[in-house]
Design a protein around this ligand. Structure first.
Ligand code: MG
Length: 202
């Protein structure tokens, strides 16, 4: 299983980090060891003093394929969920400055938090609200209508480079409002009205 992640898919988030709006999706990956075990707390790694949450809609690939056309891409995923793309922002900034890959800042153990998955037919994926609370206060509120690259566009783009397999996950990017986590914070994520993640930071 591989985890493909999209960067800068919401203009307001690209701007908050001072990044340009990309022409093509910005892609990076996390290894399968990045997945945080269900029910586990998230431990801030010792190599960072600035780990940020990024709440994202996650697609679960249900059919393998390569060179998938955008028109057919919706046949390649049946379920969606929410995930947190934890990012060691201090380390990422250092790597970006040097023009180096981001993996150390993005792919470390526990950096991919993933909810249960839900049938996509039960939601309007073109107008889906998702919200993150930190210590009961709303910090991120996104809507998929603001994505620059739709799930179908993302699948068409990435499958030109990587064969997609059943069970692969795609993190579709975060809206604005990213921020730091500290010990004892509680993060709760909602897909529309339904709480799908509840996580303690250690
Ligand atoms: Mg992200």
């Amino acid at each position: 299983m591989k985890i493909i992640c999209i960067g800068r898919n919401y203009a307001d988030h690209a701007k908050e980090l001072g990044n340009e709006i990309p022409e093509n999706p910005v892609i990076f990956m996390k290894p399968d060891t990045a997945v945080l075990k269900k029910g586990s707390d998230f431990y801030i790694p010792e190599f960072s003093n600035d780990v940020h949450y990024e709440l994202e809609v996650v697609l679960k690939i249900s059919k393998g394929g390569k060179y998938i056309q955008e028109e057919n891409a919706d046949k390649y995923f049946e379920e969606i969920g929410l995930g947190i793309d934890f990012t060691a922002r201090d380390l990422q900034s250092e790597l970006k400055e040097k023009g180096l890959p981001w993996e150390l800042a993005k792919g470390f153990d526990g950096s991919a938090v993933i909810s249960e998955f839900y049938k996509k037919e039960d939601f309007d994926l073109k107008n889906l609200n998702f919200t993150l609370l930190k210590n009961k206060e709303e910090v991120q509120n996104g809507n998929t209508s603001l994505m620059m690259f739709s799930p179908e566009k993302i699948i068409a783009f990435v499958s030109q480079y990587f064969t997609l397999r059943v069970g692969d996950l795609i993190f579709t990017g975060t809206p604005k409002g990213v921020g730091k986590v500290s010990e004892n914070d509680i993060l709760e994520a909602y897909l529309e009205e339904q709480k799908v993640l509840d996580l303690r930071i250690q």
